[in-house]
Design a binder for this molecule. Structure first.
Ligand code: 5GP
Ligand code: MG
Length: 180
């Protein structure tokens, strides 16, 4: 896998360090409201991040699952995001935190946020490990961001290309010739 990467952006140790910091930020922001927090990961890219993040949270929480997909094997933008599987828990009057791997154009997260907001949660916040400021609208509502990155296609730590590379522990830039 490593030879398919042009370069490493974040080695595993740096990711772990930042994930711990983000968990601390989340605990501080929620305070007492952390009781009964429902975390909604946007599948599948967020699963590795989710697993590490929630194990750093020092309070009780639940996971609500929904599946949305945009990139159908491609690395280019423009594909419509689709809700593939609806949420399996009731979030009415509950504090909800959406967790995603990366904020790119924001199309995917906007759909997720709209879906969830319509169910009247007590609050709705969003947490992403990566953000591409070049693409994401400046005012896109996301409360917790791990790293801002350049506009390159990245894989590893849950992020895939054609469903591959999710298990690579570092985050790196995929060699462009592999998907050109
Ligand atoms: P958006 O709707 O914000 O443009 O795209 C969000 C989704 O597209 C992410 O949740 C992720 O699944 C996928 N995505 C966007 N940029 C990248 C990238 O650089 N690498 C990978 N593997 N997926 C990406
Ligand atoms: Mg995703």
């Amino acid at each position: 896998m490593q030879r398919d990467l042009a370069r490493i952006l974040f080695p595993r140790e740096r990711i772990q360090e930042r994930v711990r910091e983000m968990a601390a930020e989340i605990s501080t922001v929620y305070g007492e409201d952390s009781q009964g927090l429902i975390i909604v990961p946007v599948l599948s890219g967020s699963i590795i991040f989710l697993a590490d993040l929630i194990r750093c949270l020092p309070f009780m929480m639940k996971i609500g699952l929904m599946t949305i997909s945009r990139y159908r094997g491609a690395t280019t933008t423009g594909g419509e995001a689709r809700l593939i599987q609806d949420l399996n828990v009731d979030i009415r009057q509950r504090h909800v935190l959406v967790v995603d791997d990366i904020l790119d154009t924001g199309n995917t997260l906007r759909i997720v946020q709209d879906q969830l907001r319509g169910r009247q949660p007590a609050s709705l916040r969003t947490c992403v490990l990566l953000r591409k400021p070049a693409k994401a609208p400046k005012d896109f509502p996301v409360e917790f961001v791990g790293f801002d990155i350049e506009d390159a296609f990245v894989v590893g730590y849950g992020l895939d290309y054609n469903d591959l590379y999710r298990n690579w522990p570092d985050i790196g830039v995929l060699r462009p010739e592999l998907y050109a």
